[in-house]
Design a protein around this ligand. Sequence first.
Ligand code: GLU
Length: 321
Amino acid sequence: MKITITKEKIREAAGQAYAYASSLTGGANANYIPYLANVDSGLFALSVMLPDGTSVSLGDASFRFGIESVSKVPTAILAMKQTSPEEVLAKIGADATGLPFNSIFAILLENDSPSTPLVNAGAISACSMVSPKGDAEAKWKAIVGNITDLCGSAPVLIDELYKSESATNFNNRSIAWLLKNYNRIYDDTAMSLDLYTRQCSLGITCDQLAAMGATIAAQGVNPLTRKRVFDASITPKITTLMATVGFYQNTGDWLYTSGIPAKSGVGGGVLGVMPGLFGIAAFAPPLDDAGNSVKAQAAVKKFMQILGIGIMNGDSVSIMD
Ligand code: GLU
């Protein structure tokens, strides 16, 4: 079927989805990272951006929150960009674990492999793959520079969050050293873990995440700066990773009910991508039991339902003025 959606319809759908999800209660801020427990749980934002730069921005879309696991998406892109999608597949993998994002058991079950760059193990491994090897500050610059290119503006480190995570990341330390044992860390281990912790502590706005999503949707060209950030061949690879593991152990349920590849983070952010059509982001701190934002999930799902589209539907969708 051919479906044509007007930009007005996009605005309307975003407004309705935002209003619907605003009334939802339930969930709780992540509490295993002290900083996150104290973020105002009433904050809520929804942003959409099209490949031509048209955008919708609702609620607290300029509030800077902890990017957390959503940072796994840009760094996976960076590792693919600096090496190749094939090398990332060989060194990290692309398999859903079906287990929590920070599972040590998953590493053992997957024959000592980090599984995918979108869980903690694979993300630490991806940080170790970033060039130039051995130089923490240059690697950090590459990670932040890549996020800046994807968003069209820079993220800002939330120092308090970084300190809070560094002081409590014992599980991630175990993951990093276990991976080192299996030769899945491709640079200094402590440095790779620290880069991962730092990237999770970057503050990002909902508007910035929507721009990142739109850059992925536009096959690597940033809608705001018109800069080519990555080769078009990376879009299907990163959206595959998002579709298969973006919502932790609830990823199948998510894709089944929402129809959009997306990645969530325990800071309350969700980043969704409809290739060729738009990037969408939502943010609200209270999370469900799997660590996904209650309101952000509801808003993105509602938006997709109102538009009547989905990645698996087989329709030919276009957006017009
Ligand atoms: N920094 C968090 C961790 O490693 C990120 C978790 C997440 O957002 O899924 O536990």
